[in-house]
Design a protein around this ligand. Structure first.
Ligand SMILES: [Zn+2]
Length: 444
């Protein structure tokens, strides 16, 4: 079976140029363009789902020939916005140079979507066989929480997307440790716990602020307190398992497993590799990032209302009450002046790194990247896998990358500048998926 990296690269270029930018509004994204592209590329028309005009998710299915678990390759076709500032190239030109494909979505996750399509095309051609249903799912709206994509499909159309096994994002380059290089496989992800803080005041003239009831002040104060009182470390079983499999050099492993020393270790890591330090921090802490603040209408009017939006992400074992408890302690006396709105309250979830799909992946890594082992990893971001896991699907995120971009630099490209992927990595990722299908088929 052959998959030429150049073919995957070309498909990726087209996906990038389709500019399916999801800014969070229902009208954005317009993933229908990439659904059309995938229909053309695969030479079949998939089953379309369109909860809002243009927000198309598409399912391609090769029915199984006997009773065996369903395996789904799921990629999203939307991307986050990108301004031209800070980029070396036009983020939507789909440039290909120096062995890389550049552009928004090159690693999140149009690269993987393209590799999945290449593998699925091989299966359609009969060059790759799987005994159960083999499904490719190209979904819209991942970047806004899947309400017009995977989440909606799982909630409203489960019979059409039900699957035992699922491969999706995220994949990263290898991590090096004392066991040799390891391929991180996403087996768990933190829970988005987004909050909106509301403050209320009384309008008045800005020229006479004496004893003013200004809604902006308690809100700004709360944000300052949340920033100066960050949550302490919380080392989950998922984290301990990750560190054990990575087994980083020197005494870093011991520090990363010690709640009293981990924060110092993160500070030290940051000197060399900020991307890795942020990752380690996020995987070991409840994180609280105040990202939106709105109050006031005019420079001479005391604001009577204000709102702050806070991106909180919880670890396995933490829930809504832990978030509220942290806010109460961190904000202190001003806590009761504010109103707390829960925008999203999802707990962390994961799949066990064991069983037929895990073993198939392990075999495929041995075939494709000899000398590498698997590292079961938790990721700080949310993916569409979480909706499937709630229905009992075993879901992992994985890709295979060469060493041209290191782990930390790679992470910083997510939603960042100069997103790019090497053509070699595209070929490796496709090969890994194909061999995983073969290995799983052989085990059925
Ligand atoms: Zn993504």
């Amino acid at each position: 079976m052959t998959i030429r990296p150049g073919d995957v690269a070309e498909l990726l270029q087209h996906l990038i140029r389709n500019r399916c930018v999801n800014d969070g509004t229902p009208e954005s994204g317009q993933e229908v363009r990439s659904a059309d592209l995938l229909d053309d590329y695969l030479g079949v028309r998939g089953t379309r789902f369109e909860p809002h005009p243009g927000r198309v998710s598409v399912v391609y299915r090769i029915p199984g020939t006997r009773s065996a678990p369903t395996l789904t390759l799921m990629g999203h076709t939307d991307v986050v916005p990108a301004g031209a500032d800070g980029w070396s190239v036009d983020p939507f030109a789909g440039d290909r140079s120096d062995g890389f494909v550049w552009g928004r979505g090159a690693i999140d996750m149009l690269n993987q979507t393209a590799a999945m399509a290449a593998v699925f095309r091989q299966a359609l051609a009969g060059d790759l066989r799987y005994p159960g249903d083999l499904v490719m799912l190209a979904v819209a709206d991942e970047e806004a929480g899947g309400r017009l994509g995977a989440r909606w499909l799982v909630e409203e159309h489960w019979p059409e997307v039900a699957t035992d096994y699922l491969l999706t994002e995220i994949g990263t380059p290898a991590l090096r440790g004392q066991h040799g290089p390891g391929i991180p496989v996403t087996v768990a992800e933190k829970g988005p716990q987004w909050r909106r803080l509301h403050a209320h005041g009384t309008p008045g003239h800005g020229s006479q602020p004496y004893a003013a009831d200004n809604a902006l002040v308690p809100l700004a104060d709360a944000i300052a307190r949340l920033s100066s009182n960050p949550p302490g470390p919380h080392l989950s079983d998922e984290w301990r398992r990750f560190v054990a499999a990575w087994n980083p050099p020197n005494d870093l492993a011991a520090e990363l497993l010690d709640p009293d020393r981990i924060d110092h270790a993160i500070d030290r890591l940051a000197l060399d590799d900020l991307g890795l330090a942020r990752w380690v921090h996020a995987c070991t802490h409840l994180t609280v990032s105040p990202n939106v603040l709105r109050a006031g209408i005019k420079a001479n009017v005391v604001p009577d209302r204000g709102v702050a939006e806070i991106d909180v992400r919880s670890l396995p074992g933490q829930d809504e009450l832990d978030v509220l408890d942290h806010f109460r302690k961190a904000i202190g006396p001003g806590f009761d002046e504010l109103e707390y709105e829960v925008v999203e309250a999802t707990v962390a979830n994961g799949s066990t790194p064991a069983g037929p799909l895990w073993e198939a992946l392990r075999g495929a890594i041995t075939d494709t990247a000899p000398g590498h082992h698997l590292i079961p990893a938790m990721i700080p971001v949310g993916t569409d896998a979480r909706f499937f896991r709630t229905r009992g699907t075993v879901a992992y995120g994985v890709g295979l990358f060469d060493d041209r971009v290191g782990f930390g630099d790679f992470l910083r490209m997510f939603h960042g500048h100069d997103e790019r992927v090497s053509e070699v990595s595209l070929g490796l990722t496709a090969l890994l998926y194909a061999r995983t299908v073969e290995r799983l088929a052989a085990a059925m």
